[in-house]
Design a protein around this ligand. Sequence first.
Ligand code: FES
Ligand SMILES: [Fe+2]
Length: 371
Amino acid sequence: MPELDLPQRQVTDTLMLTGFWYRALPADRVHRNQLHKAMLLEIPLVIGRDRAGQPFALRDSCPHRGMPLNSGRFDGENLECPYHGWQFDAHNGQCQLIPSLTADQTMKIDRIYAGSYPCEEQDDFIWVYISDPGPQGAGFTKPAEAPDPAPQVEKFSEKYKLAYLQAEMPVSIDHGIIGLMDPAHGPFVHQAWWWRTRHSIHEKKKDFEPIPNGFRMAAHTPSSNSAPYKLLRLYADADSISTTIDFVLPNMRTETIRAGKYWFSSLTTVTPIARNQCRIDVVAAWNLFRWVPLVPELLKFVFAKFVEQDRRTMEMQAEGLEHNPHLMLIDDADRPAKWYFQLKAAHLEAKRTGTNMKHPMPGPVTLKWRS
Ligand code: FES
Ligand SMILES: [Fe+2]
């Protein structure tokens, strides 16, 4: 039963959630002797690797007078601000040297910090943990610790291939996420002769259930109206193929496809860069077709095509959003989008009150739509 007959009007809040890990940069772009700029949740970052190759992330703004540190000198251990030469430990941001101090000036420089963020390399990406803004110690704030390690793409065998794709979109993270979960745009945005046409639209019914911090589209056999799935069934010689799709706050969509001993798994994130800018990063791992020439390339090509279609669509949407920031979410096709907003609100409420999050889904739900 639809909970409302009238479409709901909704405004996105463009609020970006702190207290989570975010993908900052592809790991293969960050080399030992270079410093890179990145932006997460409107926080400018400088990212690099120490002498041993360990990644680090500092706030790209010197605590002295705001100079970006990314053009400073880095010796593999300490980063030197290009303005007055203050030096900071690349990992914890602690000040190591203030060259202008004379021998009798006994300032406690070890109490000064350039903001630093927990940083990890995982599945081809440098991840940065954006902590909740702590007490504003204006340069005296010690680094926060991440409560959990950075998320991973789920893998089901020892040997696998890994690849990533990125696309930047001029929309808020909210639009990026609901666009990613939206089941109704497929026949219109993702048309291709080898995938499907708008005439293949038909009724679908999927079961959803609540999971911690998100929801799951329960394991199901993928839509039979697409050629790649038919091919996969043939190749894997499996009676059945099952797909599970999860969404988990703040921004993660995982998809797992299993066919006999073969599997394909992806972790897609929508990263808030600024209020009206986000980036989609898809990282996929698979053990399918590892030895069939060109198939990995083909898979990447297909994925890149989808992501590009989404990117172009959101670029056009951004034009319209400038003038009409209200959304009209309908049942059942936009129910996942509604859950996203409700999850976000429940998460913030739990944080505000210091209580456990009250999950907005009471239990399993079946949704129906045509796509
Ligand atoms: S602004 Fe960085 S040392 Fe002065
Ligand atoms: Fe899409």
